[in-house]
Write a protein that binds this ligand. Structure first.
Ligand code: HEC
Ligand code: HEC
Length: 298
């Protein structure tokens, strides 16, 4: 009897020891993933300094939703936080205290926005640089010109933290892979079609919609891991088939759909409301030109 208890004790002790070892090794693997450094060759792009380019950059920062996450004056905030798992502040982009603008070089801007790699060489985990990768050299240059011109705001945010649970999730692949892993960094710099009311320009602008509506714009899982619900299908296979251009404009400008449904602010319609008529028209043309697809992301 005593012997059996002893053996059970040894077995349970061994099992606990083994589990602790597994957890520790997974934490090491997850930590290494989170801290992995990426050395990506950066395209040299020229950054304009004229007022017109800076104005264009300001417009792009709004319609490509930088101001949604980094706040209206781009001084950042604590936003992506799950207790015991991760805390990833959205950085201060200005040149004030705690802002990356105080030490960023032109290549640093390109590395972060186009390639998804932060100033410390680590992957940006939340920001979907894969939807900004398509920005043409001219537009990216204008955006950076604007970012370099914004008034400094002091806002010291904490470093990002990945806790044990976050590391374990990273080790077993429960975290979506970072943008840097989704981008083909060797493809030639993207081109912008001539701005105007065209399907091609609509496609260019709609790349920002793919972040949430999926690469085919027919809807994709959206929300925190484990609680995703699909975003609406924007192709003619979805509800928009019954919308008029007017209804689309009203939805994007006021957040109220033709079905009298108020869109949540997870849909960045407040940013898109700043698009010009021509930009919205181009997007509408492009959405209508898409093949009808079934709802995705279910
Ligand atoms: C969905 C929210 C979101 C959007 C939209 C977004 N960012 Fe970010 N950004 C973040 C977060 C969070 C980080 C911190 C790193 C991370 O993603 O893990 C970050 C990091 C950065 C960095 C890197 C700072 C560093 O530490 O080196 C730059 C630069 C940046 N963003 C610029 C932009 C610009 C410009 C835009 C618009 C084209 C933009 N961001 C859009 C959330 C966002
Ligand atoms: C950050 C994520 C995100 C981005 C980026 C985004 N959307 Fe959305 N969108 C959503 C979510 C979430 C909903 C559902 C909102 C709701 O039902 O409250 C939605 C809903 C919509 C709807 C309403 C559809 C319906 O059937 O009611 C339209 C139209 C729409 N989005 C168009 C766009 C366009 C066009 C773009 C790009 C210019 C875009 N969205 C970019 C998240 C996003």
């Amino acid at each position: 009897m005593k012997k059996t208890i002893k053996w059970i004790g040894i077995f349970v002790g061994g099992l606990i020891g083994f589990l602790v070892l597994v957890v520790l090794s997974l934490a090491v693997v997850g930590g290494a993933r989170a801290n992995k450094k990426y050395n990506i060759p950066i395209d040299e792009i020229s950054i304009p300094t004229d007022v017109e380019a800076i104005k264009r950059g300001e417009h792009l920062a709004v319609i490509f939703t930088c101001t949604k996450c980094h706040t209206a004056n781009l001084s950042g905030e604590v936003s992506f936080e799950v207790a015991g798992m991760v805390s990833i502040p959205t950085p201060n982009l200005t040149a004030g205290t705690g802002g990356v603008g105080s030490f960023y070089t032109d290549s640093d801007w390109v590395r972060a926005i186009r390639h998804g790699v932060g100033h410390d060489g680590r992957a940006l985990m939340i920001m979907e640089s894969n939807t900004f990768y398509f920005l043409s050299d001219d537009d990216l240059g204008a955006l950076i010109a604007y970012l370099k011109s914004i008034p400094p705001v002091d806002n010291n945010l904490s470093e990002r933290r990945i806790e044990l649970l976050g590391k374990l999730m990273m080790a077993v692949g429960l975290f979506p892979s970072p943008a840097v892993e989704k981008i083909d960094h060797t493809s030639p710099p993207p081109l912008s079609p001539e701005p105007g009311v065209s399907v091609a320009y609509g496609e260019y602008l709609s790349r920002t919609c793919t972040e949430c509506h999926g690469i085919n714009l027919n809807g994709a899982p959206f929300g925190p891991p484990g609680q995703e619900i699909p975003t609406p299908n924007l192709t003619p296979g979805g509800g928009l088939a019954k919308w008029s251009e007017d209804g689309f404009f009203t939805s994007m400008r006021t957040g109220m759909t033709p079905n009298q449904r108020r869109l949540s602010e997870e849909m960045p319609w407040k940013n898109f409301s700043q698009m010009t008529d021509d930009e919205l028209k181009a997007i509408w043309l492009y959405l209508q030109s898409l093949p009808a697809r079934d709802q995705g992301g279910l």
